[in-house]
Ligand binder design. Structure first.
Ligand SMILES: *[C@@H]1O[C@H](CO)[C@@H](O)[C@H](O)[C@H]1NC(C)=O
Ligand SMILES: *[C@@H]1O[C@H](CO)[C@@H](O)[C@H](O)[C@H]1NC(C)=O
Ligand SMILES: *[C@@H]1O[C@H](CO)[C@@H](O)[C@H](O)[C@H]1NC(C)=O
Ligand SMILES: *[C@@H]1O[C@H](CO)[C@@H](O)[C@H](O)[C@H]1NC(C)=O
Ligand SMILES: *[C@@H]1O[C@H](CO)[C@@H](O)[C@H](O)[C@H]1NC(C)=O
Length: 385
């Protein structure tokens, strides 16, 4: 009779890959008799519809448990609720589990579902995040929805720049993201990359239609904290108007302004640090910018027209104590006389006054402007970063 000396068996063990070895250890632990009851939890009348890694007919749930533990690919199983004609139960070993396939997990009168206990059982991932268990280390990972982050998806981005900073690949894209704005979750379309205002994550604030009076100079929307048509924040540079809570709850160092004429959008940037656009506009105080008239005119293009004098530009640009003249919440006003007392031209957002009090965004110019009388009403877009 031939018997292999014991030391000759030893070299066989290093040939087992580490990963397999670790799994063997793990399943040995789980198969420990006293732990057996604890390893799986049963949910009655449920079925998980994912690829099977084995099917058996068994006498009871312990047999199916045993089969699952013996198969390293098995993470959960479905067991028939009722015996077949042969007096046995149908047992399906599954390659995945319900926490990472919630949409495939359904109530089913013919099956009970058994899943290995995991840290995902306590639903640790918040705000719609998906829990992915790591069985080897008895740990988990949360795959968060866009805008959410943190170990448990418990943190929410406050601006598109927040989201942009955590992107690993920075493309020119727009993406619907949930932001925390003034303690509320708001879904907005973030603009990432450079669409004309420079790189970064741009948070939309307002979109206005120069033909409408929604955001004309005197409306309360410039001085209050009320939103207008939140749905308009979920679409891009279209003709829907909107005012988002980012007007008063998003701090920034840059403002991106865009005007759309004949389907072409021209952008300019104001480099200005502030707690919010609200903090620059709501009190009605004039705050200057120094972009120069040519930059403001570039919003309109070759048709832009402005009188040569005054050139008061910035936030709440208006004629002091004479509300009937040209004025702009964000923009520039011009005058024929060499002062700022009787302005009849402007380029801007949230405009009003002579010569067309109804035009709330675009270019109005009369009385010897540099490029003829103009009445150009545009869609205007305001974003911040
Ligand atoms: C239960 O699941 C099985 C397998 O997918 C399916 O054939 C059966 O129709 C389901 N029964 C019910 C009541 O949903
Ligand atoms: C993004 O768009 C800008 C402006 O159109 C362009 O210069 C830049 O190359 C684009 N970047 C990428 C990564 O596509
Ligand atoms: C935004 O709102 C929250 C709560 O309403 C407040 O704590 C926070 O200071 C605000 N941030 C800005 C920049 O206004
Ligand atoms: C300017 O237009 C607004 C909105 O159409 C209107 O409410 C306001 O009374 C007008 N002001 C003047 C002086 O016509
Ligand atoms: C401004 O709008 C009002 C009503 O909305 C209208 O009566 C008036 O004619 C308009 N003015 C101009 C200059 O278009």
């Amino acid at each position: 009779m031939f018997s292999l000396p014991f030391f000759q068996l030893l070299p066989l063990f290093p040939a087992i890959p580490n990963a397999v070895f670790a799994q063997m250890e793990e399943f040995t632990t789980m198969y420990h008799h006293s732990l057996r009851q604890d390893v799986f939890i049963k949910e009655e009348y449920h079925y998980l519809n994912v690829p099977k890694v084995g099917t058996f007919t068994v006498y009871d749930s312990l047999d199916c448990t045993f089969e699952c533990l013996g198969n390293p690919s098995c993470l959960s199983f479905n067991l028939a609720a009722y015996k077949g004609a042969d007096g046995k139960l149908w047992c399906e070993l599954l390659s995945s589990e319900k926490y990472s396939n919630p949409e495939e997990y359904k109530r089913n009168e013919s099956f009970h579902h058994f899943s290995i206990k995991t840290p995902c059982m306590s639903s640790p991932c918040q705000d719609g995040g998906t829990c992915v268990a790591n069985y080897k280390y008895h740990s988990f990972e949360c795959r968060c929805k866009e805008g959410f982050y943190g170990e448990f998806c418990e943190k929410v981005a406050k601006s598109c720049q927040d989201v942009y900073n955590r992107l690993t690949e920075k493309f020119n894209v727009t993406q619907l993201v949930t932001l925390l704005l003034d303690s509320k979750l708001v879904s907005v379309l973030c603009h990432f990359g450079n669409f004309g205002c420079g790189d970064g994550g741009w948070t939309p604030v307002m979109k206005m239609d120069g033909n409408k009076q929604t955001f004309y100079y005197e409306t309360a929307f410039w001085s209050n904290k009320e939103t207008f048509n939140l749905d308009g924040g979920k679409t891009g540079f279209d003709s829907q108007e909107t005012k988002l809570p980012s007007y008063w709850n998003t701090s920034f160092s840059k403002i991106c302004l865009g005007m759309k004429i004949n389907n072409q959008i021209r952008f300019i940037v104001i480099n200005k640090q502030a707690n919010s656009l609200y903090s620059l506009i709501a009190d009605g105080q004039y705050r200057y910018t120094s972009l120069g008239r040519d930059t403001w005119k570039s919003l309109i293009g070759s048709e832009a027209s402005l009188q040569l004098n005054c050139n008061k530009e910035g936030f709440n640009a208006a004629v002091s104590d004479s509300p009937d003249y040209s004025k702009a919440r964000i923009g520039i006003i011009g005058n024929y006389e060499n002062d700022c007392r009787t302005c009849d031209s402007r380029i801007g957002f949230g405009t009003g006054g002579y010569p067309d009090n109804n035009s709330s965004c675009g270019n109005e110019a009369k009385h010897f402007p540099d490029n003829a009388e103009k009445h150009i009403k545009t869609m205007g877009y305001i974003l911040v970063q």
